[in-house]
Write a protein that binds this ligand. Sequence first.
Ligand SMILES: Nc1ncnc2c1ncn2[C@@H]1O[C@H](COP(=O)(O)OP(=O)(O)OP(=O)(O)O)[C@@H](O)[C@H]1O
Length: 235
Amino acid sequence: MSSEPLLRLDAVGKRFGGLTVLDKVSFTVAAGEIVGLVGPNGSGKTTTINVISGVHRADAGRILLNGTPVQTRPGFRLARMGINRTFQVPKPFRSMTVRENIEVSAHFCGHDQVDIAAILAETDLAAHAGQAAGSLTVNQQKMLDLARALATGPQILLIDEIGAGLNPQELAVVAILLQRLAARGIAMIVVEHLLDFLNRITERVIVLGAGRMLFEGTLRAASQDPEVVAAFIGG
Ligand SMILES: Nc1ncnc2c1ncn2[C@@H]1O[C@H](COP(=O)(O)OP(=O)(O)OP(=O)(O)O)[C@@H](O)[C@H]1O
C-alpha cells in the first residue's frame, strides 16, 4: 500500500506578473480529512484552490494526487481524476434546471450512473430539482455548486467560502453535511473566514499570509501564534 497522502503540495509557487501570490506552499491532505485554509484577504487562499483545481497553473513546485504529479493538467482532467471544487460565487447553468445542472456534471466526468436523487436529497435541493438554477437563492446556488461537485465522484473537494451569508442554522446544516462527506472518505480543503464554522468541522488549519504558509496545526494554536495574529491584525 502506498504511504503517499491523497494530495501533496510541494513548494508550490504562483506569480501574477510581478506579484508573488504563492511562495513555497507545501502541505498534505489525507483521504477523508478536512483541512481549513485561512488567512487575511488577498493572502492566496483562492489562488491555492485555483492552482490545485487547474484554473491556474502553478509556476513552481509540484502538486501530487495519490503520488502522481498533476500540476500541469487542465481542470477538466483534474475533475475526472477526482479533484473538484465549489466557487465563492457559484456559476450554475442558470437556464437549466437544478437536476440538469447536476446531470451535466456527472456526465462530464463519466459518472452517468450517479444517484442524482441522493445528491439532491443530501444537498436539500430535492424540492427544487425542476426549477431553473438561476431562480435559486444564493445559498441554494452554493448547495447546487456542491451537488455538482459531488456528482463528479470527487476524492477531494475544494470548498471556497461556502459559509459566507449563511445564518447559524444553515451553517450547522452545512457543517454536518461536510462531516458526513468526510466520513465517506472525501477529503476537503475548506477556505473560510468563519472560524467558528471551521472549528466545528476541523482542528487542522493552514494559515497563509501574503502567499506564505505561516502556520499549520490546530485552530486553537493558530490563534495563539504571534505571526498569525500579526498577519490578521495587519490584514
Ligand atoms: N487572476 C489574477 N490576476 C492577478 N492577480 C490576481 C489574480 N487572482 C488573484 N490575484 C491576486 O492574488 C492575491 C491573492 O488573491 P486570492 O484571491 O488568492 O486571495 P484570498 O486569500 O483568497 O482573498 P479573499 O479572502 O479576499 O478571497 C491578491 O493580491 C489578488 O489580487
